[in-house]
Design a protein around this ligand. Sequence first.
Ligand SMILES: [Zn+2]
Length: 263
Amino acid sequence: MVPVKKMQTIDPEKLAELLRRHQPAVALTGAGISVESGIPDFRSRGGLWERFDPMEYATIQAFRRHPAKVWTMLREMDALLVQARPNPAHLALAALEAAGLLAGVITQNVDNLHQAAGSRKVVEYHGNAHRFVCLACGRLTPREGLDFASGPPSCDCGGLIKPDVVFFGEPIPPAAQKEALDLASSCALMLVIGTSAEVAPASYLPFTAKDHGALIVESNLETTNLSRRLTDYFLSGPAGRQWPRVVKKVLDEADAHGPADRA
Ligand SMILES: [Zn+2]
């Protein structure tokens, strides 16, 4: 009989020690980490998908058929995203990377907040809403170069332009998928933050990490299906409050050990 796995809760200070002992570490983040930046989870109550049926507004087929209709949703999504700023959790992950304790962030978010916080290795698993792509010629345009207040923009080639995010019915960009798998299969510790990792194929990444021997740390407000199935250590509470404590402990330890230990 397989013994029942027991998940342990962990506090930020203990987690800092765990992070030092198990390297490399990789983070997998989702909507929950950006809620404290004012971006409601699209799937939650009051979220975008409550008012816009994703099957009608967020599939690639719907976009190709009814671009003007889908753009009414995209403008709302854009308005939510552009005013958002990184919160202390995003900044903490950037600080961990700078301290040499985080090999990268795989994010399911399209809000660009990890990059804005200063994270350098960010795998955009579902794309980035600050970048736009032409469906006909593939040309990429930064958000700043587009005017879509009056209607759907089109490319110089006449093609349809959409945010460079993965719509329902579209595959994960192959380069992002490969980078994510490389990180997940080579890490000793995976930090799953602000996501229950239930949407495939991102949902496989913690299992990939586990299969390769990694410990799984989950940081969410409440336990999830992942907690019961896979998580080794659970950090509860708002990520924006808990992760700065992890960073503080990491930096205090580095100071205590002297500059040589930082190299
Ligand atoms: Zn084009």
